[in-house]
Design a protein around this ligand. Sequence first.
Ligand code: B16
Ligand code: MG
Length: 215
Amino acid sequence: MIKGIIFDLDGVLVSTDEMHYLAWKRLADELQITGFTREDNRRQRGVSRMASLEIVLEKADRVYTEEEKAELAERKNNYYLELLEHMDESAVLKNVKEVLAGLKERGLLLAVGSASKNAPVILEKTGLLPYLDKISCGLDTTKSKPDPEVFLVAARKLELSPGQCLVVEDSAAGIEAAAAGGMKSLGVGPFYRLLHADYEAPMLCEVQNWDEILK
Ligand code: B16
Ligand code: MG
């Protein structure tokens, strides 16, 4: 029986994907990388900052040193943080707070399992913190999805076994990570049909079969 739910953040609870895209695009433009597209950005969903940078640099016409890559990742993050400054509760996806409150009422433990090192800031700015029992994010982990580390850390913080947890994700890397960690998954978001999750819905607020999913 499911006792805890681990939610990915970007694309599941809040909409930050456009801000990530704009920040990476600004960096790509500065590097005169012309072929960076929204399709490339789709592949960046759920993967770490450094892995996302590698996707941008696939189309570069030169090789970058590790030192240069660290600077580029930091530069992108600064652009992203500039965009986050304007973030507020309006970034929360439709009816997410109501869904979280309903799940809490059922007695479930709720956590975030996000690759983002900015997860605590985002949760604070959007008013989502009070709805969550624990946070596991890029600050707690060294391996990025599809490695299950971020979800295993979340389960440990909730004091549950992986089999007692459900992961809600919008990325292929995240669904793979859930399976690798021995957790059932619910795929949501624009690509939900492509994710091969155990359960699926276009958005969190459109999930109809919670009884079946949580049994
Ligand atoms: P940061 P999630 C992920 O968050 C994003 O989907 C992904 O695009 C981003 O590269 C990653 O966080 C790292 O974010 O640069 O803020 O540390 O979907 O796992 O909540
Ligand atoms: Mg995501």
